[in-house]
Design a binder for this molecule. Structure first.
Ligand code: ATP
Ligand code: MG
Ligand code: FE
Length: 342
């Protein structure tokens, strides 16, 4: 089964050709990071326009790189949400046009399910059940992956996502957009114990997160230093902030895995590319006897290969859509699968 997948939910225009769910024949990604940098964040209207410009060339490149023509495809997959409405619409429109013209089945994919599925590509031997920590720009979720396409959300952030906190703190520290990678690299030169920032909900018996208090604590700390005209070490503050995020993410994930009784833990989303999170989670997982999985950094951030992989398992279960499929900017199957587990 050869799937052509399209992903345009945020600021990456991506198309991929994937065979039997896990063999990536091509995964082309056109990032708009440079375009949005001067604004310090993604500007939705600019993102949509750039997707319109890039989507056809990216699809052509994906087919060329895979050595395939349209006639060899078996299915068209596309992200339906969550994401920016205008951005999603670009991918959805072209996916529908292709499915119609080529008379192929269309599979709409939940972006978060895509992020989780990136682990299947990175680890051909990985199968459910496992617990997945989804840490992206807009989401921080603990998802119990019971089977392919079967999820149970057991914890989530009550305010900011981890990636959002990274981006906002980076901005306050005068670091470049996107903030995650910037903090990751400068923190390597800092002392993570320089400042004691709060770790919200750490001791609590639930699997929810909160990062807005931490973000505010960093901003207040910076402002008070500035008011007193004191100099500060950006690397120390970045490292201390990062340690607070990582401590909470690792502690909660391990606790949740113990509670639900899985043997495997996976990570997904842009923040799963963070070197400190990977290192600390690896150490804790090993100590506590869990197998740990995470994708390579390109497969952590937005890409169409992960969408193709998720679509493959939907297709295998007969879950296909018709041309009435629409974008869902704020809906996720996974987010609505919340169950009480605390
Ligand atoms: P969502 O998937 O929730 O809709 P998104 O698609 O914008 O949001 P991703 O592409 O998964 O999010 O990830 C982008 C986020 O990951 C940004 O917040 C970015 O700062 C963060 N990020 C990327 N690399 C790193 C890193 N090395 N360390 C920490 N954060 C990182
Ligand atoms: Mg992005
Ligand atoms: Fe994403």
């Amino acid at each position: 089964i050869i799937i052509l997948a399209i992903e345009t939910s945020c600021d990456e225009t991506s198309a991929a050709v994937v065979k039997n769910g896990r063999t990536v024949l091509s995964n082309m990604i056109s990032s708009q990071i440079e375009l949005h940098r001067r604004y310090g964040g993604v500007v939705p209207e600019i993102a949509s326009r750039k997707h319109v410009e890039m989507i056809s060339p990216i699809i052509d490149e994906a087919l060329e790189e895979a050595g395939m023509g349209f006639e060899q495809l078996d299915c068209i997959a596309v992200t339906f949400g969550p994401g920016l409405v205008g951005a999603l619409l670009v991918g959805m429109s072209i996916a529908k046009a292709l499915a119609y013209a080529l008379r192929l089945p269309l599979v709409g994919v939940d972006h978060i399910e895509g992020h989780i599925s990136a682990n299947y590509i990175a680890h051909p031997e990985l199968e459910p059940p496992f617990l997945c920590l989804v840490v992206s720009g807009g989401h921080t979720h603990l998802v119990w992956v019971k089977d392919y396409g079967e999820y149970s959300l057991i914890g989530q952030t009550r305010d900011d996502a981890a990636g959002e906190a990274y981006d906002k703190v980076a901005r306050a520290l005068g670091l470049n957009y996107p903030g995650g990678p910037a903090i990751d690299s400068i923190a390597k030169h800092g002392n993570a114990e320089a400042v004691q920032f709060p770790r919200a909900y750490m001791e609590e018996d639930n699997f929810d997160f909160s990062f807005s208090g931490l973000k505010t604590a960093v901003l207040n700390y910076l402002n008070s230093l500035k008011q007193r005209n004191e100099s500060y070490n950006v690397a120390d503050i970045a490292a201390s902030f990062q340690q607070a995020v990582v401590d909470v993410l690792v502690t909660k994930t391990i606790k949740a895995a113990q509670k639900i009784g899985v043997t495997r833990i996976a990570m997904a989303g842009g923040v799963a590319a963070n070197s400190s999170l990977r290192e600390c989670m690896k150490q804790k997982a090993q100590e506590c006897g869990f197998e740990l999985y995470y994708p390579s950094p390109v497969l952590c951030t937005d890409n169409a290969a992960m969408i193709a992989c998720a679509a493959y398992y939907s297709l295998m279960k007969g879950k296909i859509h018709d041309l009435s499929l629409t974008v869902e900017p704020s809906f996720s199957n996974i987010v609505s699968s919340r169950t009480q587990c605390g």
